[in-house]
Design a protein around this ligand. Structure first.
Ligand SMILES: [Zn+2]
Length: 309
């Protein structure tokens, strides 16, 4: 074009330039007067392009950007519609969308078009390697010879192992939607915990403790006595400190923690606290027998004792 203009006289050239400038400023005013919007167009491939336009009709915007819909493609909003406040045009493969819409309506879920379109977000895949713990197992070995009173002793502490797991993770909208294990490699084997069930050996220190069990039963050191001088010294009279006549199967001596008249269940027999004794302190109980032989035969027992209300 310029070449042809070269032949004209300069005055005409100036007029022309002035006219062009005038036209350009006119366009500028026109552009400023019209609303120019940024519109996002999403193609079926998931590719997004942002265009500047002063048009609001979908088909006009597509035309302006030389986008021609193929037969199997559908555009939202529709070709003859105006773009919405979201300023977004989405082109999708019609067949896939129809299948999806059919599926959703079949399951009876109310879904907006936006939600359906949203489910078409491109899916990305990542290969991720993670280190994970392998929890140890607990092996129980019974060495109690089927005794009822047993305790568990830890022979060896367990230790978690470590493995390296390679996952294939699928993301959609940056959300994990599928996780598949591709391979696993053990880096460190776990060490099993070994517990041995052993026969519980009752020790005196545990049975003489003042601990009260849940049902109010306490373990007492239970000995026996008779009205002889060996057992009761020079005060041997056959009568108790409370003034009653000592009676086998009923009379017991306790410390002052139990008032006279308190009934205690020991070994299936209900005794009555009627006596005291210099050696009967703390969690000790003395059971009355008629003869010294019976008292000796009883010996020393550690027994559960329960107060009878
Ligand atoms: Zn005696």
């Amino acid at each position: 074009m310029k070449k042809t203009y070269k032949n004209y006289i300069s005055i005409f050239k100036i007029i022309c330039v002035s006219l062009i400038l005038l036209a350009l400023s006119g366009i500028g005013v026109a552009v400023m007067a019209t609303q120019v919007d940024t519109v996002k167009i999403t193609l079926p491939s998931g590719y997004e392009l942002t265009v500047l336009t002063n048009k609001t009709n979908v088909s006009e915007i597509l035309q302006e950007n030389n986008i021609i819909l193929k037969e199997n493609e559908r555009v939202t909003p529709d070709l003859n519609e105006q773009i919405t406040a979201e300023k977004s045009i989405v082109i999708r493969d019609k067949s896939i969308q129809e299948i999806q819409v059919a599926k959703i309506s079949e399951s009876g879920i109310n879904t907006t078009l936006e939600e359906i379109l949203d489910s078409y977000a491109p899916i990305t895949e990542k290969i991720v390697v993670m280190q994970e713990e392998i929890p140890f197992e607990t092996i129980t070995k019974d060495a109690s010879n089927s005794s009822e009173n047993t305790r568990n002793k830890v022979i060896r502490q367990g230790q978690n192992g470590v493995k390296e797991v390679t996952y294939k993770i699928k993301y959609k909208n940056e959300q994990e939607i599928e996780k598949t294990v591709l391979s696993e490699k053990v880096i460190k084997e776990p060490i099993d915990k070994i517990v041995q069930v052993q026969k519980n050996v009752t020790s005196r220190s545990s049975t003489t403790s003042r601990g009260t069990t849940s049902n109010g039963v306490r373990i007492f050191k239970v000995t026996a006595y008779c009205p002889c001088a060996k057992c009761c010294g020079k005060f041997a009279s056959g009568y108790t400190s409370s003034g009653t006549k000592a009676t086998p199967g009923r009379t017991i001596a306790t410390s002052s923690q139990f008032a006279f008249g308190t009934k205690l269940l020991i070994n299936g027999t209900t005794y009555v606290v009627e006596d005291r004794g210099g050696a009967i302190q703390g969690d000790k109980i003395d059971i009355f027998f008629n003869t010294h032989a019976e008292a000796i035969a009883w010996g020393v027992k550690y027994l559960p004792v329960q107060v009878v209300e």
